[in-house]
Design a binder for this molecule. Structure first.
Ligand code: NOJ
Ligand code: CA
Length: 699
């Protein structure tokens, strides 16, 4: 009798400790429970079926306090939110933020440490984070590990890149979880920097598909004052564990309560379109903190850039061999310097003639002789131009032509040096009226030992965005940690690279044709990417007959990327000459919008294909982009997204009949048809191909 009574008591207590919360549609359900000896844990069900089975939650501190057991629930609170907000620039004019929330306030028995776990459950996914209320015990604390588990039940197909703490510029591997093995990586495809990648440590977002066709994506949102989370994969049991990026001495994060961890996110859907279209990562970030957003504008730009990547010109003025101990006056020009006053004027003319907003110039400032390879700490000062680049003349010329200049700050990883010079660098930009800067972090971080994805660098990237806002400057960072929605809070952080961009196609074995069908499921969930599409001269043998490198798409697919890869900052990356030869196709790049009232994800399958239609902000024009991987594809698209009763002129830029990315990438066709919202379009995409369509209302 006594035994039965105690069983009933244990059952009643466990009920008391089990808390649950469902998504607004009820399809997703999270259950929180203290298990074993007061260990926080959770499960996630989708339509009643387990997706995440019992998974422990916890944090370990350096002082040996283990915040992963001995907890009691102090209180719990459920809430629901349904609001919408208007991004300054975005994929939609208004974004719905609708979720149910559960806050569990925990207290640890012996230490009395208080820790809350907060769940937000959206229709397309679950988010949770740790919160540390203000308390004596955690006035200052060091996280030595976060032990957040994501225990899956099946051998999912995963789209993964290795857990390199310094770079995300890898092509994706498409294997089962059980086949993840960093030792088997193709050494030619990565630019690996962190020596110890672990056997099966991967980066997030980790996009997955279950054998039965369920799409699951694990990522994070609002990484602020915290390191990036990578994931350790237990390849036998399909269990994933958070792996925070360490600092130079192995610590993970220095914090002070009250504070919070980033949100850990698990998107789940039967329909891959829900994941590409999700605004959940942005929603989980703080609202805009800027009073004045008037200077934050979309920008279509050209620049002195691709010509260096294809080897026609150089960033440096004097060649990298002999410059080490010379002052800038002593440098002997090689004659191949790209960023000259005359060349910049040529690009400004081209931008003005074709209605572009901006011109980027890389290699304008002293230091490029020593930037990569010599790894000096004081390599750039971000204010001293080379003798053949006249800042005053160039910027006056741009102003006359109504074109904005885009500044370039390559740091070559020397971050403390950049911070020391930052205010002077922004002052110079203000003096010459530069509205935007592209930053770069090539190479290992100086101070040595820090990683690109550690807390110090996360803080640096966020700090530069905030400081740029003080100067009313827009920021586009390259080689930064990947964004996790901070652009909602600081919308002047207009774009980032933070993945393998188009540039790899110029000088490496490049990005496979599936690459651009994966990025919208991974990197781009956190914010706009400066992918730099628009390469028309696809084969590098055009520049040097011995070169084998090429872009791994057709020309028409390069056009479609302007629609499928959302960014309010878009480059037309090729040389003016390449466009001047093909002005008919270039017309699409001139026309395509950068800021949108609405976005419709029409078809999506990670690694295979993607079709997106978007409506221009404040206008009746629409644009459609359809892309495929290495396989040809036929599809019929219903245009029911167009306004009822309105006729449109549709201009279709498509692969010519015998096009294919490898052997015949540059053949395209352009046709014009009249359509309404009742019409259907038959699209035929070549292997590695794409289609771009503009819809202009007929008056
Ligand atoms: C790498 C960047 O991604 C690229 O855009 C830039 O041209 C070079 N670094 C030099 O800064
Ligand atoms: Ca890069």
């Amino acid at each position: 009798m006594k035994k039965i009574f105690s069983i009933i008591l244990v059952f009643a207590l466990s009920l008391l400790h089990a808390q649950s919360v469902k998504s607004p549609s009820s399809a997703l359900e999270v259950n929180f429970k203290l298990v074993n000896n007061g260990q926080p844990s959770y499960t996630v069900n989708y339509n009643g079926k387990p997706v995440i089975v019992e998974s422990a939650l916890g944090i370990k501190l350096k002082d040996k306090t283990a915040l992963n057991a001995n907890f009691e629930i102090q209180s719990s609170k459920a809430d629901t939110f349904n609001e919408s907000w208007k991004p300054v620039l975005g994929q939609k004019a208004s974004i719905v933020n609708h979720y149910n929330e559960l806050t569990i306030a925990l207290v640890q028995k012996e230490t009395n440490v208080k820790m809350n776990i907060v769940f937000k459950v959206y229709d397309e996914g679950v988010a949770f984070r740790y919160e540390f209320p203000k308390q004596e015990k955690l006035n200052y604390f060091i996280i030595s590990d976060e032990e957040t588990h994501f225990n899956l039940t099946e051998d999912y197909k995963a789209f993964w890149i290795p857990g390199d703490f310094d770079t995300n510029e890898y092509p994706y591997n498409e294997t089962k979880l059980s086949e993840i093995d960093n030792a088997k990586l193709d050494k030619n495809t990565g630019i690996g920097m962190t020596t110890d990648l672990g056997k099966s440590r991967v980066q997030a977002p980790l996009m997955m598909k279950s054998p039965s066709g369920l799409y699951v994506n694990i990522f994070e949102a609002a990484v602020v004052n915290y390191p990036v989370m990578h994931l350790d994969v237990d390849v036998t049991n399909y269990k994933l564990t958070s792996h925070l990026v360490p600092n130079a001495i192995g610590d993970k994060a220095y914090l002070q309560a009250a504070c919070v961890s980033p949100w850990r996110t698990i998107m789940i859907s039967k329909d891959a379109r829900d994941i590409v279209g999700s605004q959940m990562i942005l929603n989980l970030n703080e609202p805009c903190k800027l009073d004045d957003v008037s200077y934050i504008k979309p920008m279509k730009y050209v620049g002195i850039w691709w010509e260096m990547h294809v080897g026609i010109s150089t960033w440096d003025y004097a060649g990298s061999q002999n410059a080490q101990n010379l002052s800038s006056q002593d440098l002997i020009p090689t004659g191949k310097h790209g960023a000259t006053t005359a060349n910049t004027k040529k690009y400004i003319d081209f931008a003005a003639k074709n209605g572009f907003d901006g011109v980027l110039v890389e290699g304008w400032n002293v230091g490029w002789e020593d930037w990569a390879g010599n790894w000096k700490e004081e390599v750039f000062d971000f204010t001293t131009p080379y003798p053949d680049f006249n800042l005053a003349e160039v910027t006056a010329y741009a102003k006359e032509k109504n074109v904005k200049m885009i500044m370039h700050h390559e740091t070559s990883g020397s971050v403390a040096n950049y911070e020391r010079h930052l205010d002077r660098a922004f002052d110079l930009m203000k003096k010459y009226d530069y509205p935007a800067v592209k930053s770069g972090y090539v190479g290992k971080i100086i101070p040595r030992g820090e990683f690109h994805d550690g807390q110090t660098m996360v803080n640096h990237f966020n700090f530069v965005a905030r400081r740029a806002a003080d100067y009313k400057v827009m920021l586009n960072s390259h080689e930064s940690s990947r964004p996790t929605g901070y652009s909602r809070t600081y919308p002047n952080y207009i774009a980032a690279e933070a993945a393998r961009g188009n540039e790899f196609n110029a000088w490496s074995n490049g990005n496979p044709p599936s690459h651009e069908t994966i990025l919208p499921f991974t990197r781009q969930l956190g914010g706009p990417m400066d992918y730099t599409p628009g390469i028309f001269e696809i084969k590098m043998s055009f520049y040097d007959k011995n070169k084998k490198e090429q872009v791994h798409t057709t020309l028409a697919k390069q056009l479609a990327l302007y629609v499928t890869m959302y960014s309010p900052l878009q480059m037309a990356a090729d040389l003016p000459e390449s466009y001047e030869k093909r002005m008919d196709a270039f017309q699409f790049i001139k026309d395509v919008a950068l800021d949108w009232d609405d976005t419709k994800i029409l078809e999506a399958e990670p690694g295979d294909y993607l079709t997106i239609a978007r409506k221009t902000k404040g206008k009746e024009t629409w644009f459609l982009g359809a892309i495929t991987d290495e396989n040809a594809r036929k599809t019929e698209i219903a245009l029911d997204f167009l306004t009822k009763g309105q006729k449109y002129k549709a201009i279709i830029y498509e692969d010519a009949k015998d096009a294919d990315w490898k052997n015949n990438p540059m053949v395209y066709k352009i046709r014009t048809v009249e359509v309404t919202n009742k019409s259907k379009l038959n699209l035929v995409l070549a292997p590695g191909g794409g289609t771009a369509v503009s819809f202009e209302p007929i008056k």
